[in-house]
Design a protein. Structure first.
Length: 311
C-alpha cells in the first residue's frame, strides 16, 4: 500500500475516536471550549478523509483525459480543507460570543482536562508520523493533514490550560475566551494552508532553491552540450514538471545527444522523485567559440556553456 494512503488511514481512525470522545464530554460538561475542540477535530477528520481519497486519486497514472497526471487533486484537497477550517473557526467564535453574553456553566472540569491531555498526546504522535511521510513523499495533502493535527495539539493544550485556570479561579468566562483563542489559531493555520495549496494551481515555478538544484544538476553535464536556456518548472501535488532547451553542436550524433538527455533526466529524477523532464534539442550556430551566457528567456536562470564535446 502507498505509504501516503496508509498514513492518511491512521489519521482518519484517530480523528474519528477523538471527535466522538470530545463531543460527548463537551456536551456533558456544557463547555464551549471543549465543544470547539470537538468541532476542530471534526474538521481534522474531514481533512483526513479528503486527504485519503485525494491521495488515492492523485496516485493514479496519467490517462487520456488527464495526460499530465492527477497531482493537482492534492492541492484542491488542501484548499477544501482550509475552507472547512475557516468555517469552523467562525462558528466557534460565534458560540463563544453567545456564552460571553449569556453566561456559561461548566461542569466536570477535571474530566475535560483529561480528555484534552489525551487528545494532545494522540494528535502529537499522529501528526509527527504524517509530517515524516509527507516529507518523504512531498505530499501537500498529508502536509495539510499534519498541519491540522499539529494545530489541534496546540489548541488542546490551550483548552487544557484554560480549564485548569477555571478550576483554580472559578472564573467561568475563561471557557469562551479560550475558545476564541483557539479559533484565532485555527484561522492562522487555515491561511497558511491556503497559501501553500493555492499557488501551485496557478502553475507557479518551483521554489528558487529547487530550481537552482536543477540548474546545478544540468551543469554537471556541461561538457556534453553547448548551453541550455528557457528552463521552466511547475509543480502539481508531489509531481514536478521541468522543461528546457539544450543546445548541442551540429555534428553531435543523435544517439549521443539522446544519452546526454537521459543522464540529465535520471539525475533530476534521482533528486526529485516523481519529476517529469522534457528537453528540447537545438543545434548550435557556432563552431565551438564561447557562447553567450545571458539568459534568453528572461526567467532568471543563467544558461551555462559547455566545453563543446564532440562525438
Amino acid at each position: 500500500m502507498d505509504p501516503r494512503v496508509r498514513a492518511a488511514r491512521v489519521s482518519v481512525a484517530s480523528n474519528t475516536t477523538l471527535v466522538v470522545l470530545k463531543l460527548a464530554v463537551g456536551l456533558m460538561m456544557g463547555s464551549v471550549s471543549v465543544i470547539s475542540e470537538a468541532i476542530h477535530s471534526g474538521l481534522d477528520l474531514a481533512a483526513a478523509l479528503i486527504a485519503y481519497f485525494s491521495l488515492k486519486q492523485a496516485a493514479k497514472p496519467a490517462d487520456d483525459h488527464h495526460q499530465f497526471g492527477h497531482g493537482k487533486i492534492e492541492n484542491i484537497s488542501g484548499l477544501t480543507e482550509a475552507l472547512l477550517i475557516f468555517i469552523a473557526a467562525v462558528w466557534i467564535i460565534y458560540e463563544a460570543y453567545e456564552k460571553l453574553v449569556y453566561g456559561v456553566n461548566v461542569q466536570s472540569v477535571a474530566l475535560g482536562m483529561a480528555v484534552m491531555g489525551f487528545s494532545a498526546l494522540v494528535n502529537y504522535l499522529v501528526s509527527r508520523n504524517l509530517f515524516q511521510v509527507a516529507e518523504k513523499t512531498d505530499s501537500i495533502a498529508l502536509k495539510a493533514d499534519a498541519l491540522h493535527l499539529s494545530t489541534d495539539v496546540i489548541t488542546s493544550l490551550g483548552v487544557l490550560m484554560g480549564l485548569g485556570l477555571m478550576k483554580l479561579t472559578g472564573i467561568q468566562l475563561l471557557d469562551p475566551l479560550v475558545a476564541i483563542a483557539v479559533a484565532l489559531l485555527i484561522i492562522k493555520a487555515a491561511y497558511e494552508l491556503t497559501m501553500q495549496a493555492f499557488w501551485p494551481l496557478l502553475d507557479v515555478r518551483l521554489p528558487p532553491e529547487e530550481e537552482e538544484a536543477v540548474v546545478e544538476i544540468i551543469r554537471r553535464h556541461e561538457g556534453a552540450f553547448v548551453e541550455f536556456h528557457e528552463l521552466r518548472s511547475r509543480k502539481a501535488g508531489a509531481e514536478r514538471h521541468i522543461d528546457l532547451h539544450l543546445v548541442v553542436l551540429p555534428d553531435q550524433h543523435v544517439s549521443d545527444v539522446h544519452e546526454v538527455c537521459d543522464r540529465i533526466e535520471r539525475d533530476i529524477q534521482g533528486q526529485f522523485p516523481s519529476s517529469h523532464v522534457l528537453i528540447h534539442i537545438e543545434p548550435s550556430n557556432d563552431s565551438g567559440e564561447e557562447c553567450d551566457s545571458q539568459d534568453p528567456s528572461g526567467d532568471g536562470v543563467t544558461a551555462e556553456c559547455g566545453s563543446r564535446a564532440r562525438s
